[in-house]
Design a protein around this ligand. Structure first.
Ligand SMILES: [Zn+2]
Ligand SMILES: [Zn+2]
Length: 330
């Protein structure tokens, strides 16, 4: 039997354990993939902290995987959505992201913080040729979720090229990709960061934000739409306060702290508040085709696989701008 290195979730609150596991054997529906790079996501922190439950530990985390098939040597991306039933009303209605039986990579099935992984071939995505492994990994969750959230703002923002103000709350991996897409569409982007986070504000301006400040500051003009990436419930009333009548606030995170009570006036005048959940395969194909056109350039801090815990703690403490990616050696 062949063995591999993997970083494994064992229990809530504990760092990931570096272990040796057998190289997985693919079923006929699966591809065996040699992992080259795996992005780190805030969802991984929610899993480690127990804010999202892993039903059957131990589990290999990681759901932004770029690697090559063995055999075949074809480059593929493996995203968060790992399997759906194909039969329920959501699967049949173009909303497989909401399938109640869905299995998610790095949560319900083993992910990419390992030298090898297997994935259902129907859920693997093509990686644009022009994009290197390390640059591509953050597109698979941070990029995809942001793009789905932006689509939910389309009505409030108007067609591409319309003079429109988009607010991004939390300027991490997702926002740094999404701002590039939004600027490509001609949107005016306003970035809201943690209070006093001058690095993130500078980074946002470098990427084309018209304005960047702490999330406690009101924007200079009302927003047409706002996307909340930070997992902080108090941003919901703040964003509702910042949007115009008829505007939308989209919550893009998988977990958020409790939303404080707020006055109905904040929602009145046909403002709307919604969430986005997961992704569909169509989202993946569309976004990965769009990314090289923009072109999206991800800003990446790399760590070797065995330093996954350090990458996660740096993410928790806001120690880098952009995205973190684990580089996996053979
Ligand atoms: Zn289903
Ligand atoms: Zn993610």
């Amino acid at each position: 039997m062949d063995w591999m290195q993997a970083m494994v979730f064992e229990r809530v609150g504990a760092p990931l354990a570096a272990v040796e596991l057998p190289v997985p054997t693919p079923t006929p529906d699966q591809l065996l993939v040699k992992v080259h790079a795996c992005g780190v996501c805030r969802t991984d922190l929610h899993l480690i902290d127990g804010e999202l439950q892993i039903a059957h530990p131990p589990r290999v985390l990681g759901h932004q995987i770029v690697g090559v098939t063995e055999p075949g040597g074809r480059r593929v991306g493996i995203p968060w959505l790992g399997w759906t039933c194909g039969r329920c009303r959501w699967c049949r209605g173009g909303q497989e992201n909401l399938c109640p039986s869905a299995r998610f990579t790095g949560k319900d099935i083993d992910g990419g913080m390992a030298q090898w992984t297997v994935a259902d071939r129907r859920f693997c995505l093509p990686i644009p040729e022009s994009c290197e492994d390390i640059q591509a990994a953050p597109l698979l969750c941070a990029g995809l979720i942001g793009a789905r959230a932006l689509r939910m703002c389309a009505e409030a923002l108007g067609p591409a090229g319309t003079q429109s103000n988009l607010g991004l709350y939390g300027f991490g991996a997702s926002a740094h990709i999404l701002i590039q897409v939004a600027r490509h569409e001609g949107r005016n982007v306003l970035a809201f960061t943690r209070r006093g986070d001058a690095d993130a504000q500078r980074f946002a301006r470098q990427l084309g934000a018209a304005w960047a400040a702490g999330s406690d500051e009101p924007p200079p003009e009302p927003l047409d739409a706002a996307i909340i990436f930070a997992p902080a419930g108090e941003l919901v009333p703040a964003a509702l306060q910042a949007i115009r009548p008829g505007g939308v606030v989209v919550c893009a995170g998988i977990h958020m702290s409790e939303i404080p009570a707020f006055r109905y006036e904040l929602l009145w005048h046909e403002r709307s508040l919604r969430s986005v959940a997961n992704l569909t395969r169509a989202d993946g194909e569309q976004f990965l085709a769009l990314a090289p056109e923009v072109p999206v350039r991800t800003h990446v801090s790399t760590y070797p696989l065995e330093r996954a815990n350090e990458a996660l703690e740096d993410l928790r403490n806001g120690r880098f701008t952009g995205a973190a990616v684990l580089v996996v050696r053979a």
